[in-house]
Design a binder for this molecule. Structure first.
Ligand SMILES: [Zn+2]
Length: 224
């Protein structure tokens, strides 16, 4: 596992330790504000618990347009009939199963905890060249979208927004080991040279490796 993946999973494990089902986001909102303060970033929270963290541009990119990176802090809480887990108070118990990260008898909350973790790790990477960023973490996406609906017009300044929820993630693959990823992503893409099973599971079949299929897929979806 590379260092960045490791850091994302480490950050995710801190997020997973905070009970945060929809409607119960006060603690995660507080944690995010604490995180921002600890890292010296300006931040703001609103009355429903949405948080924005403002990340200055990397040197030389100060004049670039602000990009908003948005995820949601809440998760769906479901568990097996025999589980004693209390979503109001208990941390999600993570289980490492080979290359898979799972939860013990409950939902994992990777939607959208992993997106929140990625945003935070991205923001504090000193080697990344990026424009000014606004990390926007909204509450209550899974139930009523009340967080996004409550957003004030001045809460974020950026006018370009990248939503990092799973529904909007594109995954591209060509072989059977890519199947689960392609099925999970909001937009699953098969390479033109992919095996039939991958093509059947995909939402879209792009060009082959030899014809720059990845670039074609990104361009096609960016233009939608
Ligand atoms: Zn989601």
């Amino acid at each position: 596992m590379n260092a960045i993946t490791h850091e994302i999973l480490d950050t995710f494990s801190q997020i997973a330790a905070i009970p945060r089902c929809s409607g119960n986001e006060a603690a995660i909102s507080h944690w995010l504000q604490q995180w921002a303060g600890d890292h010296g970033f300006e931040y703001q929270a609103d009355s429903v618990g949405n948080v924005v963290i403002r990340i200055p541009a990397a040197a030389g990119y100060e004049q670039a347009p602000i990009v908003v990176i948005q995820g949601h802090t809440d998760m769906v809480g479901q568990k097996t009939p025999e589980s004693k887990h209390d979503f109001k108070t208990d941390p999600i118990r993570l289980v490492h199963d080979g290359d898979w990260l799972k939860a013990d008898q409950t939902t994992l909350g990777a939607d959208n905890g992993i997106g929140v973790a990625m945003g935070l790790v991205l923001a504090k990477d000193p080697n990344l060249a990026h424009p000014p960023l606004e990390l926007l973490f909204t509450v209550d996406e899974e139930v009523g979208m009340s967080g996004a609906s409550a957003l004030g017009p001045e809460f974020v300044r950026g006018r370009i927004l990248l939503n990092i929820d799973s529904e909007n993630i594109m995954a591209i693959g060509d072989n059977e080991n890519d199947l689960s990823m392609i099925e999970y992503a909001g937009v699953g893409v098969a390479m033109g040279n992919a095996v039939d099973k991958v093509k059947e599971a995909a939402d879209f079949i792009t060009k082959s490796n030899a014809e720059s299929g990845v670039a074609h897929a990104i361009r096609t979806y960016l233009n939608k």
